[in-house]
Design a binder for this molecule. Structure first.
Ligand SMILES: NC(=O)c1ccc[n+]([C@@H]2O[C@H](COP(=O)([O-])OP(=O)(O)OC[C@H]3O[C@@H](n4cnc5c(N)ncnc54)[C@H](OP(=O)(O)O)[C@@H]3O)[C@@H](O)[C@H]2O)c1
Length: 311
């Protein structure tokens, strides 16, 4: 018999012997003051898994919120799961450790629970996150392979201050290739996934290999019209006495994915943690949705889809 709060506290085991809380708070919030406020609220209402990135340019604000909660003794570091990601301009092996150390410093942490390669695309090495030629085209770095970057990430795990490594915005073939050659296998992949982009084949492969799939845009990025207005989702929500957001989040956890959502208000944050298991017929109904839509094109180019131009 499942407990009402069973999904809220669910964790998925990782291949390093540790586990990741199913419900994650994403920090892709353009304004640092909003980031600080929303991260504090997320901590207060009970989120314990946090997703950051050097590309979001707000790791200091996330760090300030985390440090505050740790200092006040409200939360212990070991109860938190903190991930961040290395950006495309830092793929050269010699740039990996400095990028990792810089993120740790901005977050004010001694170690990371997870470090991800943000996208498989290497941009021109240097401090410019969005290097472009005179025509505005992205400058890619063809001299470094994803596997070379991966080997440098393995070195971070050896160093002891990075507990797990993984990949983001990765397709099945690239994941297979890294997984087959890696000395330290990817623990987590972070990709867009929701009922309009279920990534079923990728999820099956991850389950077979013991990789956790961490789904971003779990609420379809809140786009309207979108998943939150889908008649199947709203119909189930009405039947189950839940909100459309709660239905989408429960579906994600029940199918075996960890997830990221970005509530910016306290009401949304509380609502998103208050999920309960859906009956099998509701899960089947969601799995039969035929609409297919990718919201973020970052997987095709390495150019972030949700970050406003010029930021
Ligand atoms: N790896 C990558 O390339 C990549 C790309 C994109 C995102 N991500 C990560 O994934 C995280 C989540 O992505 P996302 O922003 O697309 O998440 P999302 O949760 O799908 O969308 C966020 C939107 O949903 C709304 N919302 C949140 N809770 C709600 C609720 N209970 N009811 C109704 N609406 C609600 C928010 O509105 P309010 O603002 O009003 O709360 C916001 O507009 C990001 O922060 C980032 O960490 C990674």
């Amino acid at each position: 018999m499942s407990q009402p709060n069973e999904l809220r506290y669910r964790k998925f085991p990782m291949n390093n012997g540790r586990s990741i809380p199913a419900l994650g708070f994403g920090t892709l919030i353009p304004d640092p003051r909003d980031t600080l406020r929303a991260t504090r609220t997320a901590l207060e209402v009970g989120f314990r898994q946090f997703d950051c990135a050097e590309r979001y340019r707000n790791e200091e604000a996330v760090g300030e919120a985390l440090q505050g909660a740790l200092r006040e003794g409200k939360i212990r570091r070991e109860d938190l799961f903190i991930a961040t990601k290395i950006w495309n301009n830092n793929h050269r092996p010699e740039r990996v450790r400095p990028a990792f150390e810089a993120s740790l410093k901005r977050l004010g942490l001694e170690y990371l629970d997870l470090y991800l390669i943000h996208t498989p695309f290497a941009f021109q090495a240097g401090d410019e996150q969005d290097p472009r030629d005179e025509n505005g085209n992205v400058l890619y770095d063809r001299e470094v392979s994803l596997f070379e970057t991966w080997e440098a990430m393995e070195g971070l795990v050896d160093g002891g201050r990075c507990r797990a490594i993984g990949l983001s915005d990765i397709g099945l073939n690239e994941l297979k290739s890294i997984h087959e050659s890696a000395r330290i296998k990817p623990a987590v992949i972070q990709v867009e996934a929701h009922p309009y982009l279920p990534e079923t084949e990728l999820l099956e492969y991850c389950k077979e290999q013991g990789i956790v799939l961490l789904a971003f845009a779990a609420l379809g990025h809140g786009m309207k019209p979108g998943l939150l207005q889908d008649p199947v989702i709203t119909g189930i929500a009405a039947r189950e006495g839940k909100t459309p957001a709660q239905v989408l989040l429960a579906w994600a956890v029940q199918r075996g994915t960890a997830l990221l959502t970005t509530p910016k208000t306290e009401a949304h944050a509380k609502e998103s943690l208050d999920i309960s298991p859906l009956p099998q017929d509701a899960l089947d109904e969601i799995n039969r949705i035929e609409t297919r839509q990718r919201l973020n094109e970052v997987v095709k180019t390495g150019i972030p889809g949700f970050i406003p131009q010029g930021s």
